[in-house]
Design a binder for this molecule. Structure first.
Ligand code: GLN
Length: 237
């Protein structure tokens, strides 16, 4: 890994990539490049050791079996823990979000998580499937979140994690809050290439990783249009 470029790691694409999670890596690299920030991307499979010197880590969604295996391997590896201790930024999605917590359920069994986010996940009575919308924590200064969710688990936040958003449509963690954040770690139930629908979150990660206060604006007309359309579709006539 070079020392100058921004290093982006996609964690375990062989296990956690249910809804095209690769898109998040591509979007981050593209939005960095458009600001003249050189970025390198690394796909680290579950049979490889996890580098601890990257700047941004991405961990995606997955079915119960791969999710449990990914958690076991990341705990045994320790590289992600070390990276977070060194100040790396993390975007975690659905199964990846759940496994960053203290525990989660997969195939009916309680599994140990990495303990990097102060959350626990248990089983919901129904699957949460469909559009997800929320007002993001105002401290993050981002527009409303929109996305697609598909998960069985429900997530409870401890005192050391703040909700990423207040739910205005869909379920998220529990029908009230959606996702979580603490330090430079973000978790969301908004699936797959969540950054395509929420490019402001990509820029937040880039700001966290580079230390920049602001980044040059990009043309996000299409993402803005889609967000307006989804939010308007949610408003009762
Ligand atoms: N297996 C987890 C659940 O159902 C995560 C699913 C996912 O990532 N879509 O809660």
């Amino acid at each position: 890994m070079s020392t100058e470029a921004l290093r982006i790691v996609w964690i375990y694409p062989d296990l956690l990539s249910t809804y095209g999670d690769r898109g998040n890596m591509l979007i981050l690299a593209r939005r960095a490049a458009e600001r003249g920030i050189p970025a390198e991307t690394y796909e680290v499979r579950s049979d490889q050791s996890m580098p601890h010197t990257a700047d941004i880590y991405l961990i995606g969604g997955g079915e119960d079996g791969p999710q449990a295996l990914a958690a076991q391997r990341l705990i045994a590896d320790g590289g992600l823990h070390q990276a977070v201790a060194q100040g790396a930024a993390v975007l975690s999605i659905c199964a990846g979000y759940q496994l960053l917590g203290h525990s989660f359920f997969a195939k009916g069994a309680k599994c140990a998580g990495l303990g990097l986010l102060d959350i626990t996940s248990d089983r919901g009575e129904t699957r949460a499937v469909g559009e997800l919308r929320g007002e993001i924590d105002p401290r993050l200064g981002l527009p409303a979140l929109t996305g697609f969710e598909n998960h069985g688990g429900r997530t409870h936040l401890g005192a050391h994690a703040a909700p990423l958003a207040r739910v205005t449509g869909g379920i998220g963690n529990d029908g009230q809050t959606e996702g979580a954040w603490a330090g430079k770690i973000l978790g969301t139930y908004s699936h797959g290439p969540a950054l395509a629908r929420n490019p402001a979150i990509a820029d937040l990660l880039l700001r966290w990783a580079t230390g920049a206060d602001r980044l040059a604006p990009l043309d996000d007309t299409w993402a803005d249009r889609l967000r307006s359309e989804r939010l308007a579709a949610a408003t009762p006539a």
